[in-house]
Design a protein around this ligand. Structure first.
Ligand code: HPA
Ligand code: ZN
Length: 335
């Protein structure tokens, strides 16, 4: 395992499913609370971590939204993103596509531009200082009205050059992809690339994947493990060359298992599976730990691990010449 862990550590990696608000570690939460003069309902970091007990998507989301209330100012968002990008650089993440949830902030009075400017400035600095490239994906909260998502989309337009695509997250129950058809159509017209969460084992999971693929026409799917339950849909996804951004440790928090066997089957079928960390501060595992956990469950070989990262750069929202440069790094490392 030590050898495999070292192999994973050195492997050039891409992170494609990472909520920046889900990287808010308890230590930084306390720091930001103090900076903003806020009282937290926990005495210390240990007590806060002990409260991270969830066994479903809604129970996780309650803690996740509560946690981000300490994020108020542009420097708060800068520090949040910079802390993640430092961690990413340590784990040899060469490229990250980072989700952010503007409505989780605008809904409590933090202006959109405060959020996006802070994040953007961190991305620029991290690229210059740490050599980690990153882009932003703006997520709509699916348990809010579609009209609010549309308003958020319109608010983002002056910052279009800073945002590569849109996503959809939060509570999936009763909030199917179809609810956001008009928002996604407009996002496409505006030049955004399209992804959305189809969380693991949710009600109507397969139907939601079908809507995402066939009705919305997304470019990829976040999670999407239940795809396996519909062979016709698997074929369609493969025909379109779409990828899935799977998150093994996260799966183990919102369902009884990591879904390693399902992920194995998707890989064997030839679906472009990628391995990511989702909300690492809450699920205690960044991309390194997610790859290690899956490797241990499935006894993945170094070749298979390298292929997972090749998948990630193939489905990344990067121009061809940059994908090829990162793929060459993997080839050089794995040979
Ligand atoms: N699913 C839905 N909403 C989320 C997630 C997730 O994995 N992480 C943060 N918000
Ligand atoms: Zn997610």
């Amino acid at each position: 395992m030590g050898q495999v862990r070292d192999f994973i550590a050195g492997l050039p990696k891409a992170e494609l499913h990472l909520h920046i608000e889900g990287t808010l570690e308890p230590e930084l939460k306390f720091e930001l609370a103090a900076r903003n003069g806020l009282e937290l309902p926990y005495a210390n970091v240990e007590e806060m971590r002990a409260a991270y007990t969830f066994d479903s998507l809604p129970s996780f989301l309650r803690i996740y939204y509560e946690g981000m209330e300490v994020l108020r100012t542009e420097p708060d968002f800068y520090d949040l993103a910079m802390a993640y990008l430092r961690k990413a650089a340590e784990q040899n993440v060469r490229y990250a596509e980072i989700f952010f949830d503007p409505q989780a902030h605008t809904s409590r009075g933090v202006p959109f531009d405060v959020v996006v400017r802070g994040l953007r400035r961190a991305l620029m600095d991290a690229h210059a200082r740490l050599g980690v490239r990153a882009q932003l994906i703006m997520c709509f909260l699916r348990d809010f009205q579609a009209e609010y998502a549309m308003a958020t989309l319109l608010e983002s337009l002056p910052y279009k050059e800073w945002i590569v695509g849109v996503g959809l997250d939060s509570d999936e129950h009763g909030n199917p992809p179809r609810k956001f058809a008009a928002v996604y159509e407009r996002a496409r017209q505006e030049g955004y690339l399209l992804t959305m969460h189809c969380d693991v084992d949710q009600d109507d999971a397969v139907e939601h994947i079908r809507q995402a693929v066939e009705e919305i026409g997304v470019d990829r799917i976040d999670h999407g493990v239940n795809l396996l339950e519909d062979t016709g849909l698997v074929e369609e996804v493969m025909k379109r060359g779409m990828g899935l951004t799977c998150c093994p440790i996260s799966n183990g928090f919102v369902t009884p298992t990591m879904k390693a066997e399902a992920i194995r089957k998707l890989i064997d079928l030839g679906v472009r599976v990628t391995i990511n960390s989702d909300d690492p501060a809450y699920f205690s595992g960044y991309v390194q730990e997610n790859l290690e956990a899956l490797q241990e469950a499935l006894q993945l070989t170094p070749g298979e691990l390298a292929d997972l990262e090749r998948n990630a750069f193939e489905i990344a929202w990067l121009p061809r010449h940059l994908k090829d440069a990162y793929l060459a790094e993997i080839d050089a490392y794995a040979s």
